[in-house]
Design a protein around this ligand. Structure first.
Ligand SMILES: Cc1ncc(C[n+]2csc(CCOP(=O)(O)OP(=O)(O)O)c2C)c(N)n1
Length: 588
């Protein structure tokens, strides 16, 4: 339940505190309110409706750095990269009309991937709202289904409270984006204004504690199960539960399978990690879920790319679902037992209740691990190598080797994204920043820019498709302008690869509108933006091209011409289940 913002009581000049300088404008209040929240970074793009705010932002430039992007979608993805690499709230400022609509893809992306953002949009002056005024859109209406909350601020004296509430909502519970739409006249109007820390705040932290009885029952079910598996997602990352997840999994010797959003939440090289599950998950992970008698789902939402056909998903399993968002529980799969609470708190309770005496070495568990090891042995992730063509999987392995497994990797959406998930073993949370829920091509480059800004000492590599790169490549200019030395690795197969794969496998190889071989020369494009460009077209050029880019001090693009018709395996066809998994195109 979202409370209405608390509106400051209007004061007459006589009531103003003696040291109050004057009557500030809405724009001034907004900037003060952002500073009060600790904001020092904004990604944005100006326009008529936000001119007063930009004017004020200029005066505040020593407190808040504004990063001028080249497209509003880029601003939101940058804020997402900034937020997901740190856990902080990302902030965006765009103008009304097309500024707001260009931002919608990013807002929806952040909503699906539970990323905390505050997006400030300009609006036409109040008296023009509803008149089809120049650059008017109903931003609140358009964004309603893809935000945690949104506001149309009608009075400048509401701004301080709205900003406080927006930041609270963005980061609390299941995080997500909040939009604040501000008419131009509200940013210009003056009002009485008290200090921000006097702003009333209606929230007490209403974190729901896990019920002890539920925790005990869940633990009992885990102890009694013969074939348990932990299925963990982005909730582990958001709640910072990776440490306690490891303790818990090790104490009870549970196999663990992360979702795409959960990669890094449980170390990939850990002997209990089975790798990702779902459509392009490992054979062992999908078989283990399919044969399990208890699925312990933590911080996940039973996405269709994970479950396939719901009716046959984990058919023998009881399900324990732990999620901070009660709306996620029972949405797709009815659990046997659910706990609507923070993943870290629940797992901590498990660990403290489990004590030290629960190494589950009984016969059934040993047999379960034996089966899992057999699945892993018989069907590992693999690909057929080549001496004359660069294999995309080999590119990711080489990138992993050359970055010592320590890079922050962002991706677009498509085949390259799945190969990153399969062949770059992530060991830390916040190391993979990808568009999981919305599946937004063009996410990788701007997300990398935001992550590089937040983590200046990290190696940040955007692994992108030649299709996705062409959706947001103008943000190379932003990276160059602010000297953010991101590396962009283009997996260039001349196709909209993932769509081509589906057409090959499920539409009798009818390649309908997927050939994008007419493309710019990506090396020249990089150079035109003031970045460096490198290329590899044969396997013997691969190492040199990636190393040269990694060693380059500034922004660098690596155009890697890969085998054109490589497919991602395993694949569980849409709407099927683990038993229908196609493991490899060698027929195995
Ligand atoms: C904005 C957007 N439009 C369309 C799609 C549908 N789609 C999913 S993957 C894909 C192909 C991506 O091609 P490319 O970027 O070259 O990456 P590849 O699959 O070849 O690695 C498309 C068109 C999408 N995910 N996002």
């Amino acid at each position: 339940m979202i409370a209405t913002p608390v509106v400051e009581k209007k004061r007459t000049p006589a009531e103003m505190p003696a040291n109050s300088a004057s009557f500030p404008t809405g724009a001034e209040i907004l900037i003060e309110a952002l500073c009060f929240e600790g904001v020092d970074t904004i990604f944005g793009y100006p326009g008529g409706a936000v001119l007063h705010i930009y004017d004020e932002l200029w005066r505040a430039r020593h407190r808040i750095t504004h990063y001028l992007v080249r497209h509003e979608q880029g601003a939101v993805h940058m804020a997402e990269g900034y937020s997901r690499s740190t856990g902080r709230v990302g902030v965006v400022l765009v103008t009304s009309g097309p500024g707001a609509t260009n931002a919608v893809t990013g807002i929806a992306n952040a909503y699906m991937d539970s990323t905390p953002l505050v997006v400030i949009t300009g609006q036409v002056p109040k008296h023009l709202i509803g008149t089809d005024a120049f650059q008017e859109v109903d931003t609140v209406g358009i964004t309603r289904p893809c935000v945690k909350h949104n506001y149309l601020v009608r009075e400048p004296q509401d701004l301080a409270a709205v900003v406080r509430e927006a930041f609270h909502l963005a980061r609390s519970g299941r995080p997500g984006p909040v939009v604040i739409d501000i008419p131009k006249d509200v940013t210009a109007a003056r009002t009485s204004y008290s200090r921000l820390d006097h702003v009333g705040f209606p929230f007490s932290e209403q974190r729901q504690k896990p019920k002890q009885a539920d925790v005990v029952r869940a633990l009992q079910a885990i102890r009694n199960s013969s074939r348990p598996i932990l299925y963990v997602g982005g909730g582990i990352v958001n709640s910072g539960a990776d440490g306690v997840l490891r303790e818990f999994a090790e104490a009870l010797r549970l196999p663990v399978t992360p979702t795409l959003m959960g990669l890094g939440g449980f170390e990939s090289g850990h002997p209990q990690c089975l790798g990702m599950l779902g459509m392009h998950g490992t054979y062992a992970a999908n078989m283990a879920v399919s044969e399990s008698d208890l699925l312990i789902a933590v911080g996940v939402r039973f996405d269709d790319r994970v479950t396939g056909k719901l009716a046959t998903f984990a058919p023998q399993a009881k399900i324990i679902h732990i999620d901070i968002d009660p709306a996620n529980i029972g949405k797709n799969v009815a659990p046997t037992l659910s706990i609507a609470a923070d993943a870290k708190e629940v797992l901590s309770e498990f660990v403290s209740l489990a004590g030290n005496d629960v190494h589950e070495d009984n016969e059934a568990r040993t047999a379960w691990w034996d089966r899992i090891r057999e699945w892993q042995r018989s069907q590992p992730l693999r690909f057929t190598g080549s001496t004359d063509q660069i294999k995309p999987q080999a590119v990711i392995r080489e990138l992993h080797r050359l970055t010592k497994g320590e890079a922050i990797i962002t991706t677009d959406v498509g085949q390259h994204q799945m190969w990153v998930a399969q062949f770059y073993p992530f060991t830390k949370t916040r190391q993979l920043i990808t568009s999981g829920g919305l599946g937004t091509m063009g996410f990788g480059l701007p997300a990398a820019v935001g992550a590089q800004l937040a983590c200046p000492n990290a190696i940040v590599v955007a692994v992108v498709g030649d299709g996705g790169f062409q959706m947001t490549n103008q943000e190379l200019a932003t990276a160059v302008q602010y000297n953010l030395p991101v590396k962009i690795l283009i997996m260039n197969n001349g196709y909209l690869g993932m769509v081509r794969q589906w057409q090959e496998m499920f539409y009798d190889r009818t390649y309908s509108e997927v050939d994008i071989s007419v493309a710019p020369d990506f090396v020249k494009l990089a150079e035109a933006y003031g970045a460096a460009g490198f290329r590899a077209t044969t396997p013997d050029e691969l190492t040199e091209a990636i190393s040269a880019a990694l060693n380059h001090k500034g922004v660098a693009v690596i155009d890697i011409v890969v085998s054109k018709e490589e497919n991602v395996f395993p694949i569980v066809p849409a709407g099927a289940n683990a038993n229908d998994m196609i493991v490899h195109n060698d027929g195995a």
